[in-house]
Design a binder for this molecule. Structure first.
Ligand SMILES: [Zn+2]
Ligand SMILES: [Zn+2]
Length: 352
């Protein structure tokens, strides 16, 4: 079968590999969709400390069950059978550490990841490892949800995890930095689940801003390359500032702007990580202190967030279909990376 294998930074090859075999405690999928995100581009260029090469990458996965290991259903109390439609979690908690026992599975200290320690979804077939099944990380796709939509449940789950910490109340003003697919999902969740009030979308790429705004219709877009973002948000909120700010970008300055534009009792999610070699920002601690700001991190998602994402897609509360603007065959997977890198599509999905 064909698979996209990572060997080293800048050395990623679409090659012929042996079709994987399914062990007694595993499930084998025929991959239908594996979507791409900025992380794939990062891996392509820089690798990742947890990624052991050579490795089939791809972590936003949906597929059809083609084989169920003999012990699976008895071990996990599941009812998987050939032909079932399934979505796979990407961040895999251990289920046993202090954090997992507390129910904080997104910050499991022994977290592993599909496409890093286990072969991922840019391939015709993949094995769902025991570690995923053990934490109930293989999810049934509702009948009215397409494989392409289901593959977007993983990034969607990360956004749910972040927003859960923000206590968004009906009517809250929300600013989202980053007009990528995840920024779009953040806007839809803030409105569809939390009944947010005015939502403002910020980016420095005018084309991407327009493309995403056409899809999710924020109340206003702010082009950070043209205007002073903090000043504009202050104007839009009559000087009060934004109740909730989510930085879905890797740009340090957006975190500083988030603090500067936060309203009293404002909640901030540092959703996107910063570059490894430049992870610091300048923070006026007195602003945080006197304005009673709440600054939250966000690290992936827990299995339960993936289930909820599928449910929100199924009920129509948070649609994702129109955010998937490019479908690409596995043979052209390399093109997907450049499309993502250049921001030419909202979400690109690969169909092996
Ligand atoms: Zn991703
Ligand atoms: Zn754990």
């Amino acid at each position: 079968m064909k698979a996209l294998r990572f060997y080293a930074p800048e050395d990623v090859r679409l090659e012929e590999v042996e079709e994987p075999t399914c062990g007694p405690g595993e499930v084998k999928l025929r991959v239908k969709n594996c979507s791409t995100c900025g992380t794939d581009v990062k891996i392509f260029h820089n690798g990742h400390q947890n990624l052991t090469p050579p490795r089939t990458i791809g972590h936003e996965i949906a597929g059809e069950v083609v084989e169920v290991g003999a012990d699976v259903n008895a071990t996990y109390g599941s009812e998987w059978k050939v032909g079932d439609r399934a979505q796979v979690i990407a961040a895999v908690p251990c289920g046993e550490c202090h954090e997992c026992r507390k129910g904080w599975m997104a910050v499991c200290q022994n977290q592993t990841s599909v496409g890093y320690q286990y072969d991922g979804g840019f391939a015709e077939y993949m094995i769902v490892p025991q570690q995923v099944l053990k934490v109930d990380g293989l999810n049934r796709i509702p009948d009215n949800v397409g494989y392409d939509e289901a593959s977007a449940a993983e990034p969607f789950a990360c956004a749910i995890n972040a927003q859960e910490l923000l206590g968004i109340e009906p009517g809250d003003t929300v600013v989202v930095f980053g007009a990528g697919p995840i920024g779009c999902m953040h806007i839809r969740i803030a409105r569809g689940v939390h009944e947010a009030g005015p939502v403002y979308l910020v980016d420095v790429n005018a084309e991407r801003l327009k493309m995403s705004a056409d899809a999710v219709q924020p109340d206003e877009t702010i082009d950070g390359s043209q205007v002073d973002v903090v000043e504009r948000v202050m104007e839009l909120t009559d000087g009060r500032g934004a109740d909730v700010i989510i930085t879905a970008t890797a740009a340090n300055v957006t975190q500083e702007q988030a603090i500067a534009m936060a309203a009293r009792n404002g909640r901030i999610s540092f959703f996107g990580g910063l570059p490894k070699n430049d992870p610091t920002i300048t923070c006026d601690s007195n602003v945080v202190h006197y304005r009673q700001l709440h600054i939250h991190g966000a690290n992936g998602s827990a299995p339960e967030h993936n289930k909820r994402a599928l449910e929100y897609i199924s009920t129509g509360q948070v649609p994702v279909k129109d955010l998937i603007t490019r479908h690409i065959p596995l043979d052209d997977v390399m093109d997907a990376f450049s499309i993502v890198k250049n921001g030419e599509a909202i979400k690109v999905t690969v169909e092996p």
